[in-house]
Structures are given as structure tokens and as C-alpha cells.
Design a protein around this ligand. Sequence first.
Ligand code: MG
Ligand code: MG
Length: 261
Amino acid sequence: MIIRKSMAELEKMRRSGLLVAQILSELRGMVKEGVTTYDLEVTAEKMMQDAGAKSAFKGYYSAAANAKFPNVLCTSVNCEIIHGMPSKKRVLKTGDLLSVDTAVSLEGYYADSATTIAVGAITPEDEKLLKVTQEALELAIEKAQPGNRLFDISGSVENHVVRNGFSVVREFVGHGIGTSMHEEPQVPNYVDRNGENPRLKPGMVLAIEPMVNAGSPDCHVLSDKWTAVTKDGRNSAHFEHTVAITENGPWVLTRPSSSRP
Ligand code: MG
Ligand code: MG
């Protein structure tokens, strides 16, 4: 069942969204050669504590891993797609592509966002990978309108990525979000011919999150049971926003400059 939110609930999710945006912006400013992904984790956790927010990730139970996620951030470097774990041993170096994903709740309402950051100068191909993934997210957000269907979002991501010679990950998808981090519906980054394609209605909130591989779409999970990596070892990028569908169009709850439509 897809749970639609009232405007009062969207305002609560907006508060969480602004905090997530503030955290990602702070981390973006910290990223440079020599910084560890653990340094980012410490800063993010402190910001959550100071704001009285609960991390959506820390303590999150995964049946596949049969464990609780130990961190407030996912930090995924280069061929790591998502769910990478912050570590004192992971020292960033020039040329790395770092995806940072985080989610919080305030008063029980969640917001989830991710961005991929270049560490210093990166290759032209990686520049293109970042640009195309970001563009795919923007195109998808434009489709988050009442009257459209879910696969208008999925198809716009898939088309843009494939047209540019990259591939979308199929094993992991976006999701509805609200009083839980993961609600219905699933939001694939491709048109799933066998999947549900509901009509989009005001009050639905979707975490739209293109995960784009430079090479093949295939991935596997490392022995840590969490980190998803590309099978071919080529790089991957990930951008995500929490987007509310309103009568007047999309409201990007995790983007400070997006005002209530
Ligand atoms: Mg996320
Ligand atoms: Mg998400």
C-alpha cells in the first residue's frame, strides 16, 4: 500500500530533508585527498546529534547481511555502488569518486539523499558519469507529477543513461519514504515490464536514486555483506533526492532551494 502524506506531514519531512542537505553540504566541503571516510562519519553523526535527529541507517537491520548497519553514512568509493562503510583505513585520494548517502528522521518523519563527489581532478569519463547521473535524477524529478505513472520516472532515468552509453543498476532501486525509510512503491531506475506501475498522486513521497555504472550493470556484494560493487570493477555514481508529489508539481524535500510548489 502506498501511504500518501498530508501537507503537515510533508512539512515534517521537509525539516528532515533540510538537515540531510545541510549534512551532505558540510561533508562536500570536507572532501579532499587525505580525509578518511570515517572523518565524514564522525562529522555527520555529530550534526545529527546536535539537531536531535535519529539516523535512519545506524542500527538498520538487513536480512541479507543478518546484521545491523553500524554507521550513519554509506560511503562508496569508485567501483563501490552503494552501502559502502565508513572506515579509518579508507583514505580518499585525488581521482576518487565518493558517493555519500544518508538519511535521518525528526519527529518520526524520514528524508534520504545521496550525492557523488569528485576528489580533486577526475577523468573525463568520470566527469561525464557524474553529469549524466545528476541529469538523470533531474529528468526523473520533472516526471514526479500527479497524473504521470511511476515508470515515467523510471523510464526517464533509463533512457538518459543508456543514451549516454552507461548502464543502470537493477538489483537496487529507489523507494517510497515517510514514517519509515522504505515504503512502497519500489522506484526502479528502469522500466520493469513485470512490475507495478501506479499512477502518481499528490501526497506520495519517493526517494528517487539513479545508480549508474560506467560499464556493465552487473554487481555483487562484498564479503562484508553490505558493500555493493560493480562486477567489472568500473566506476559507479549515485545521486538521490526525497521528492514529494504535490498538486502543483514536485517538491524536492532534500533540496533547500526547492520551495513548496
Ligand atoms: Mg539514500
Ligand atoms: Mg534511498
